[in-house]
Design a protein around this ligand. Structure first.
Ligand SMILES: C[S@@+](CC[C@H](N)C(=O)[O-])C[C@H]1O[C@@H](n2cnc3c(N)ncnc32)[C@H](O)[C@@H]1O
Length: 365
């Protein structure tokens, strides 16, 4: 690439960032105006422009990343739609608030895209994977170029399967594979049972089957009836909701030994908590419990919010106390089943991993 020239995607993202800056200002000022003057015509005009802009961002992202809008843009879109309804109902104070919130979400997306522009539009967190010598991650023009630039020898078996293997559809953040491999490798080629909540296209169940070897058994749970189609030898699918404790009890009854649980289901707070409460006690004594996409603990749509009571992140902070309960004098923190069974708690970007194991009292010698 010539010095100073940009790939298509870089140009498009740079253009989007510039437009975002403009829309943030416009939304904030129209938001203020709506509070005082109820300028509906002007507001409708701005909402129309913002919708068109977000539709454009959707197309660009779909074309270049394969994934459409990110979470902040989705929220902005939802706020625009709700603002139309509020204008029709003459709820001007609500519109004013929504426009400013919309500006905040667009600003959030802008900060993320600015960071992406600085490091390279496809220079994602790849865990331990490395790019081939000579590859310049600032310059990848598309997703395929990025994938081809990954040094194959730096991939773990899960990454090999995901990027180079033949499998059904699956969707994973690229940095998850390093975490899986770190905590799961001791179970490979053993007669283990793996349970994943969230089957979607069935590809991840095939990945576990390949990774854990000929003696493993894979169980998938999903709410979508069509996921039954992904059943195959040593892959069993249950259809039901992870929030339905009765259903989970039935799965437990039919599967007395489970070594690894991966929660990649609906990602709402209730789902994650109900699933943990039902399934963690059932996990093998030295098993691993992994819950992913914890970013939803910060997203309103999923019941999240920063330090909001009841999010899975807040709930999980109790695991740290449980692990250390033997050292507390407080009657509010007592040794319980978690204290006796958690050996370690690991936090990663959007993931938590609990390693189970008998946790006896510690001793200083
Ligand atoms: C992110 S996708 C799973 C992706 C899959 N694990 C992979 O790696 O490709 C989330 C899945 O969770 C399912 N889901 C949503 N709500 C659920 C619920 N309450 N119980 C079980 N599954 C649910 C969805 O139908 C969807 O297939």
């Amino acid at each position: 690439m010539d010095n100073g020239s940009k790939t298509d995607i870089q140009e498009k993202i740079a253009e989007i960032v510039q437009m975002q800056g403009r829309y943030v200002e416009v939304l904030q000022s129209v938001g203020r105006l709506m509070e005082q003057n109820q300028e509906s015509a002007m507001c409708l005009d701005v909402l129309g422009q913002v919708s068109e802009f977000l539709a454009y961002v959707y197309e660009v992202k779909k074309q270049y990343y394969g994934r459409p809008l990110d979470w902040a843009e989705e929220y902005a879109f939802a706020l625009v739609k709700d603002s139309y309804k509020d204008i029709a109902g003459e709820q001007f104070a609500a519109v004013s608030k929504r426009l400013r919130e919309c500006a905040n979400y667009i600003q959030k997306s802008r900060e993320e895209l600015e960071e992406i522009l600085q490091v390279g539009t496809y220079n994602a967190d790849l865990g331990k994977m490395q790019f081939k010598e000579g590859a310049n991650p600032q310059e990848f023009a598309n997703r395929d170029e990025m994938v081809q630039a990954i040094e194959e020898n730096s991939m773990n078996p899960l990454e090999q399967f995901f990027f180079c293997g033949k499998h059904n559809k699956m969707t994973k953040w690229c940095h998850y594979f390093e975490v899986y491999h770190r905590h799961f490798k001791r179970f490979r080629n053993k007669p283990v049972t793996i349970l994943e909540i969230g089957v979607w296209g069935g590809g991840s169940l095939q990945m576990w089957k390949d990774y854990f070897g000929a003696e493993c058994k894979i169980i998938g749970i999903d709410i979508m009836e069509e996921c039954r189609n992904y059943e195959e030898e040593r892959i069993k699918i249950y259809i039901g909701s992870q929030e339905d404790r009765e259903f989970l009890r039935k799965v437990k009854d039919e599967n007395p030994n489970i070594d690894i649980i991966i929660d990649d289901g609906g990602h709402t707070m209730n789902q994650q908590i109900a699933t943990f409460e039902e399934l963690y006690p059932h996990l093998a004594e030295d098993g691993v419990y992994l819950c992913e996409d914890l970013m939803t603990s910060y997203w309103q749509k999923y019941g999240g919010g920063y330090k909001k009571p009841g999010t899975f992140i807040e709930y999980s902070k109790n695991f740290i106390d449980a692990l250390n309960a033997r050292y507390s004098l407080s009657p509010d923190l007592k040794i319980d089943r978690l204290t006796a069974s958690i050996r370690s708690v690991h936090y990663y970007d959007s993931m938590i991993v609990l390693e189970k194991g008998v946790h006896k009292p510690a001793m200083v010698l």
